[in-house]
Design a protein around this ligand. Sequence first.
Ligand code: ZN
Length: 267
Amino acid sequence: MQKINVTIWNEFRHEKEDSPVGELIRGFYPDGLHNCLAKNLAADDFVIKAVSLDEPEQGLPDQVLQNTEALLWWGHCAHAEVNDELVTKIQRRVLQGMGLIVLHSGHMSKIFRRLMGTACRLRWREAGEKERLWVVSPSHPIAQGIPETFTIPHHEMYGEPFDIPKDGDLVFMSWYEGGNVFRSGVAFARDRGRLFYFSPGHETFPVFHDPVIIKIIANAIRWAAPAQAVQDRITAQPDALEKIYSDNPLAALDTSGIHQTKQKEEA
Ligand code: ZN
């Protein structure tokens, strides 16, 4: 069985807050969102590592990033603290084939905005209202085994307009009790990498304990992880994929005939 190296990156700041909200969050996520996700996502085909912002090299030393096939990203209040150099390295890995799953408030992270090229702003309201999600692409691999519709009893509202590019595949749509709608699950391709944005996961609700949400994230990991052939190539020669665009498989083609025809036409 092909095992997927999954790294779960979490900002891990809210969980440590010395406040009633911090206490509430710790009630759901005593070891942080990342460790809860690691525990709930555990599967035979995943090798999971949970890391966070305040660890050495912001949790992602080169060796870890190079070994990661699917990276999960949860951040909220400390997006600006993530090193631009690290963001560039992650972007490069995604373009080479690493899968990236951006969760909830990660929509404003540097890496997501870098890969989208847009502001990624959205409308929001923290009223603990009901969210109903709908599968809008039943044939998409990320929607396999997911009910056509399901609810999160209480969640933060994320609403349209959501400033992301139009080239994503819409997999989930959300409706909120307050009337708003939102593209809550969108899948993108960027060069050889796949990226999935999924909006559930506000820290003051136990969203990452919901088995349907966990199944969607697990599906997204399996969908986004690079095919074995791509992964083998990245592992063997980390820079090999950079050469794809400079190596010209048609370099041996004799184009002199084309040029002659052109000259003839011009004459
Ligand atoms: Zn939130």
